[in-house]
Design a protein around this ligand. Structure first.
Ligand SMILES: Cc1cc2nc3c(=O)[nH]c(=O)nc-3n(C[C@H](O)[C@H](O)[C@H](O)COP(=O)(O)OP(=O)(O)OC[C@H]3O[C@@H](n4cnc5c(N)ncnc54)[C@H](O)[C@@H]3O)c2cc1C
Length: 465
């Protein structure tokens, strides 16, 4: 169970907290998951407020510098399976590039996305609080009545009829005592940075790697020890419209659970130190004609995995990989089961049966999970997976949904669902469900999932095939 324990306590004196805002729906956490929840509820007519502790929206996609969302199409690239706000917002960006292949993705400039997320919220009439931390809540029976926030004005309360916990770690769920768990292998965080210096063709030839492959991981294998870098299977990608600067993610920080303050602090410092070591290594062993520099550091470390909270349905990787369909579909996706092992490497399981494991020493093992399970390896196979609404339905509190990486999922299913194109859809579904709960005066567990799916589809999400 996620909670803070101590042997020593102080009693907080009772005090009056001013109500700073009242709304129908209050969204806490403003990655695209939270923003899309807020916008969908507001477009349906709800009065919505959103609270974000950073200075901008977008979460890992912007402040974490991971500026890519995966494909809107099935694995064959023939059928569009995702639309909604992900498609709408990307179409508003001026610097966007789509690359096909395994893990087909839209690449964008994270700074542009920040500005566009501000704009969609404003246009939808959502009340915005930036630099504002959620710190606690009040309950009346099984209903949340208000949340407490802290910002430059001090402590304030926000009242609402329905709450969406989009904090990633599930901070409201923690305070509500909703049953939580961590997976055996908590996927490690990575501190992402932007590095200047990509003209390393000579070095690539020397290392025998292709032009479009990344030079830094083999460099870390060969020279990392000298700089105190442990083997890593990091990756990089370019940013459209920007030259000679890539974002890099070869800074996994192992052995921490970043939903806890001390772990978070320690991991931030280790992550930044790793970035500096990579730059120093590149200056010594990279292309001598290149000027390697640390251009930008994520404003907080990228967190993949902490706590998960129990709901009516736990996402199951075999149901995903076998393409099970649901009437109350709220999400379609194709991203592989992608599990960053705590210490050994990264494993991908694909819908077509391929299973690839890449180890930190650079070796790669390819097997077929369908063959291993005695399933046919030829003939028709699912080209995308889906998820039902009940994955969002917890049964303890009437008026809250947790939307984001705290999703109830087995370890492998989480490896697929955790990507942004998937969580964006979960955000939209939460916003629609919040609106319906208020409109029909129902608790979240009384909602009809098929009705949620139908209203969601009218906004272009999930059920568009
Ligand atoms: C290094 C890395 C690489 C990745 N690569 C990819 C990739 O290539 N493609 C992809 O699609 N996905 C990728 N992922 C996964 C994906 O980015 C995350 O799973 C996803 O962003 C999680 O979204 P979320 O909304 O649940 O949480 P977050 O993005 O963590 O958002 C939570 C938001 O809530 C705010 N918040 C938290 N607590 C509070 C509070 N108490 N009060 C107010 N606000 C609060 C945070 O500031 C943040 O804005 C990657 C993740 C990492 C870490």
């Amino acid at each position: 169970m996620r909670e803070r324990k101590s042997d020593s306590y102080v009693i907080e004196p009772e005090r009056k907290i001013p109500v700073i805002h009242e709304a129908d729906v209050c969204v806490v956490g403003g990655s695209a998951t939270g923003v899309f929840a807020a916008v969908r509820a507001a477009r349906l007519g709800a009065k919505v407020v959103i609270v974000e502790c950073q200075n901008s929206f977008g979460g890992v996609a912007t402040n974490g510098l991971v500026s890519l969302w995966h494909s809107f199409y099935d694995v064959e690239g023939k059928k569009q399976i995702i639309a909604g706000l992900s498609e709408e917002v990307l179409s508003r960006l001026s610097e966007i590039d789509y690359r096909t292949g395994p893990g087909s993705s839209h690449f964008f400039n994270p700074n542009e996305l920040k500005i566009e997320l501000d704009a969609v919220l404003k246009e939808a009439g959502v009340k915005i609080y930036l630099h504002t931390f959620y710190t606690g809540l009040t309950l009346d029976g099984d209903r949340i009545t208000s949340i407490f926030v802290e910002n430059k004005d001090g402590r304030g309360a926000i009242k609402a009829k329905f709450f969406i916990d989009a904090t990633g770690d599930g901070d409201l769920c923690r305070d509500l005592g909703i049953e939580s768990y961590v997976n055996d292998n908590i996927q490690p965080p990575s501190a992402v940075y932007m590095m200047q210096g990509t003209k390393d063709d000579e070095r690539k030839r020397e290392f025998g790697i292709k032009f479009n492959e990344d030079i830094v991981p083999p460099m870390i294998q060969r020279h990392g020890k000298e700089f105190g870098l442990e083997p890593d299977w990091g990756w990089d990608t370019y940013i459209p419209g920007i030259h000679n600067i890539h974002f890099r993610a070869d800074t996994h920080v192992f052995g921490f659970n970043l939903a806890h303050a001390d772990d978070l602090t320690e991991a931030e410092i280790i992550g930044r130190e790793k970035m500096r070591k990579v730059i120093r290594m590149m200056r010594k062993y990279g292309n001598p004609d290149e000027t390697y520099a640390l251009v930008n550091i994520c404003s907080y470390i990228g967190i993949r995995d902490t706590y998960h909270y129990k709901t009516k349905y736990r996402a199951d990787h075999m149901e995903l990989l076998l393409g099970k369909r649901y009437d109350d579909v709220i999400l379609n996706g194709t991203y592989d089961v992608d599990v960053h092992q705590a210490d050994s490497g990264i494993q991908f399981m694909r819908l077509n049966g391929e299973c690839t494991t890449e180890y930190t020493d650079g070796t790669r093992v390819v097997t077929n999970w369908r063959k291993d399970m005695g399933l046919p390896t030829e003939g028709p196979m699912p080209t995308y997976y889906s998820l039902p609404f009940r994955v969002l339905v917890q049964e303890k509190i009437e008026n809250v949904i947790a939307a984001g990486r705290m999703i109830n999922a087995d370890q492998e299913a989480f490896g697929a669902l955790r990507v942004m194109i998937n969580l964006n859809q979960i955000g939209e579904a939460s916003g629609v469900a919040a609106y319906l709960a208020i409109d029909q005066n129902k608790s979240v567990r009384e909602l009809d999932g098929v009705e949620v799916a139908k209203l969601l589809a009218r906004g272009g999400s999930a059920n568009i095939c």
